[in-house]
Design a binder for this molecule. Structure first.
Ligand SMILES: Nc1ncnc2c1ncn2[C@@H]1O[C@H](COP(=O)(O)OP(=O)(O)OP(=O)(O)O)[C@@H](O)[C@H]1O
Length: 614
């Protein structure tokens, strides 16, 4: 071990046990400059296999009474675990703790530490476990949710106060803030932690505690009990009554003046209620054929006037869907009961039930500035390029104002839901299944890229939400070719890390394939880490790259995969593929078929290892 590290550790120990240095020497603890922490087995020190780097320091229940000299300790950068539990250490947790950026485990429970927790604690981006219970820490918590890999945070029996920040509770397996002075509403813990984690904080409210938070009005409005205030209340209430009457008269007037045109078109009346949750509701005020806007959250409203073009049915869906779609008019589609599934940057998506209970997913595309002719051409081209793991469009509709695209509804959710969502219902998404998804998607993408290379049509918006599971739980790519990266708006595309000189080298229509490569790399990272791409400013590709740079590669993997015993070697191999895909220079990224070959090779290795397993 290097002399500097030894010196730092000895200084750290001197502050930990100021009175005990003689005891230490007499009881042969080591911890002096004339010996080596690894080779001479200093008490509490564990090293790497080569005995050249100190990895862990565990000094528990040793009656240490000094202070924690973080500035010395953190200069020994190889240490990942520090435990000083169950001693009598005093003083504050120093700001310099922020320099211990390799720490993954910090255990300080059961001491006499006091003062505020330093903000620099939130810079420990590799931290997984932070245990500071049974101390005298006070003040507000630093921005700990910033530490994306934190899996346990326990801080009960302190004097911490302020609001509890919104942690990524789905990632935490231990969390306890009981017996402190926290206040306000407990954030949504997604059912993961019970009341015990929050008891003993008199000013906390909301689930999972049994005391609900007061409605804002009760706490915000000062209560006055004087007679003058009740007089004021009477005035306010009479104001409301008058206002109500005015509104009623106005509504009555409106109804009366509308009656006439309805009588002229009696046929539309019986439909009114039935269509309340459909994608469109007809206007009852004009004869022009216009549709009314903004009626309900679940209504898709065409503002098209004049001639209504028809729904064009493609041969992409199953025979049942195609037959059904053939008999479907655009108006019938709009009237069918619909549920809004999401509003993305490219438009809204509705789940629509048509005849015989057939379910469709209808995308209403927003602001896609291509002509109907181009749109038509694109859809017909996509219809010709079929792959069993790419969802084909079933039908489309295009007018000057509106572009709709119809797919079959896929009942088993998306890859995003499976990895991060509440719909996973405890389903295990094991390494084998993840590798299968990666293989399937890479093969399907490779096929599409090759077939559509000349056309310059890539996916354009590949992400885990657009990977759907069909009835047989096979992964399928949805929305292929729906978006062109035509204006090279870097802020909107995953290529935002591209250098200008790289962009100049790109032949434009083909850059969409490079965008897809980046996006596919991010999907691989999601599969490997189980983490969201972007949450509270967390940037998954950057995080993974920095952890790998610091040679802590294993730290990036989803802990579910580690505990399942997934092969570290093959996970690292897949990570290498992902890193190639997210190369900041688009021209350095591999092609989809190269990637598909690499992933297939990893899958074959995996299969071999299973067949040779005892
Ligand atoms: N054919 C389908 N069947 C079932 N669910 C679908 C289908 N297509 C999309 N979804 C799901 O519906 C939700 C909303 O989809 P939508 O395409 O609007 O989201 P998005 O991809 O974020 O939007 P955008 O593409 O505009 O960025 C997503 O959870 C998606 O997984």
């Amino acid at each position: 071990v290097e002399d500097e590290v030894k010196r730092a550790l000895v200084e750290f120990m001197d502050k930990l046990s100021p009175e005990n240095s003689t005891v230490r020497l007499s009881t042969n603890w080591g911890w002096n400059l004339s010996s080596d922490p690894c080779k001479d087995n200093w008490v509490g020190v564990s090293c790497d296999d080569g005995s050249t780097k100190v990895r862990r320091i565990v000094l528990e229940k040793l009656n240490l009474t000094g202070t924690f000299d973080a500035s010395s300790f953190c200069s020994a950068t190889s240490i990942i675990v520090l435990s000083l539990q169950l001693n009598n250490l005093t003083g504050e947790l120093p700001t310099e703790i922020g320099n211990c950026k390799f720490l993954t485990h910090l255990y300080l429970t059961g001491n006499q530490f006091s003062g505020d927790l330093p903000n620099s604690l939130s810079r420990l981006s590799n931290l997984k476990r932070l245990h500071i219970s049974e101390n005298n820490f006070h003040g507000e918590l630093p921005d700990l949710p910033r530490i994306s890999g934190l899996t346990s945070f326990v801080a009960e029996n302190n004097k911490l106060s302020g609001r509890i920040p919104d942690f990524d509770f789905s990632n935490l397996d231990r969390f306890n803030l009981s017996n402190n002075n926290f206040s306000g509403q407990i954030p949504d813990v997604r059912g993961k932690f019970k009341a015990e984690s929050f008891l003993g904080n008199p000013y906390l409210c909301g689930k999972p505690l049994s005391n609900p938070c007061p409605p804002p009005s009760e706490t915000e409005q000062p209560r006055k009990s004087s007679s003058s205030s009740s007089a004021k209340q009477i005035l306010v209430y009479s104001g409301y009554v008058i206002l109500g009457l005015v509104v009623l008269v106005f509504i009555a007037f409106k109804i009366l003046t509308r009656k006439k045109p309805r009588k002229e078109k009696p046929k539309t009346e019986p439909d009114e209620n039935r269509n309340r949750a459909s994608m469109v509701e007809k206007s009852s005020t004009t004869n022009s054929g216009e549709f009314r806007t903004g009626r309900s959250e679940y209504s898709l409203t065409s503002i098209e006037t004049g001639r209504i073009p028809t729904l064009v049915v493609l041969q992409g869906g199953s025979p049942t869907t195609v037959n059904m779609a053939n008999g479907l008019s655009f108006e019938e589609l709009l009237k069918a009961p619909a549920e809004l599934l999401g509003r993305g940057k490219n438009g809204s998506l509705y789940k629509v039930m048509v005849e015989n209970g057939v379910l469709l997913a209808v995308k209403r595309i927003k602001d896609w500035g291509i002509s109907c002719e181009e749109f038509d051409g694109r859809m017909r081209r996509l219809e010709q390029v079929r792959h069993q793991n790419v969802l084909p469009p079933v039908a489309f509709y295009c007018s000057r104002q509106e572009k709709l695209l119809v797919y079959e509804f896929q009942p088993n959710g998306s890859l995003f839901n499976l990895l991060h969502g509440s719909q996973s219902d405890g389903q295990v998404f094991d390494w084998g299944s993840r590798l299968r998804v990666a293989t399937t998607i890479s093969e399907a993408m490779a096929f599409m890229h090759e077939e559509l290379h000349e056309d310059g049509v890539g996916h354009g918006n590949l992400k885990s939400m657009n990977i759907l599971f069909n009835k047989t739980m096979d992964a399928c790519i949805s929305e292929y070719g729906l978006m062109v990266v035509e204006n090279q708006d870097q802020s909107m595309s995953p290529m935002n890390s591209i250098k200008t000189e790289d962009l100049d080298q790109l032949q434009l229509p083909y850059s969409t394939f490079k965008v897809d490569m980046y996006a596919f790399g991010v999907i691989l990272l999601e599969l490997l880490t189980g983490k969201l791409v972007q949450k509270n400013g967390f940037d998954l590709p950057n995080w993974v790259q920095s952890v790998v740079r610091e040679e802590w590669t294993v730290e990036v993997f989803d802990k579910a995969l580690i505990s399942e015993g997934a092969s570290e070697e093959r996970m690292v191999n897949l990570l290498q593929v992902a890193l190639k895909c997210i190369n900041p220079s688009p021209n350095e990224r591999p092609t989809m078929s190269q990637v598909s070959q690499m992933i297939n090779a990893i899958k074959e290795e995996e299969e071999k290892s299973i067949s040779f397993a005892p």
